[in-house]
Each structure stands twice: as C-alpha cells, then as structure tokens.
Design a protein around this ligand. Structure first.
Ligand code: SF4
Length: 54
C-alpha cells in the first residue's frame, strides 16, 4: 500500500517526521503557485489521484 511518505509531494516536518505537508503545484491561467496542507506520513495514498512515487 502506498503512503504519503512515498510521494514526491510529501515534505516531512523536521521535528516530527510522522507528519508533514502535501505540497502541490497548481496552475491558473496566469501563474503557477503552490498549496500546502498537513498530512500524516502514513496516510493512505491509494485514493489520491496526485500520488507520485519518489
Ligand atoms: S495527499 Fe496525495 S499528493 Fe499529497 S502527499 Fe499524499 S499521496 Fe502525495
């Protein structure tokens, strides 16, 4: 089973590696930007359409 920690978009917190941020590159017609949301390292990535293996 894939987990967020195996995903390229997962960035662990230095002090708490079991937690981290899911950082995604977004595009709108004029610019690219990033969004970050908190996720757990062991979060099940099976249902995530944006999973990318590291
Ligand atoms: S939520 Fe999806 S895109 Fe974000 S880190 Fe987990 S698997 Fe990757």
């Amino acid at each position: 089973m894939a987990a967020c920690k195996e995903c390229k978009k997962f960035f662990p917190q230095e002090d708490q590696p079991a937690k981290g941020d899911c950082v995604r590159r977004q595009m709108d017609p004029r610019q690219a930007f990033y969004t970050a949301k908190p996720v757990s390292a062991d979060n099940n990535a099976a249902s995530c359409s944006e999973f990318q293996k590291k």
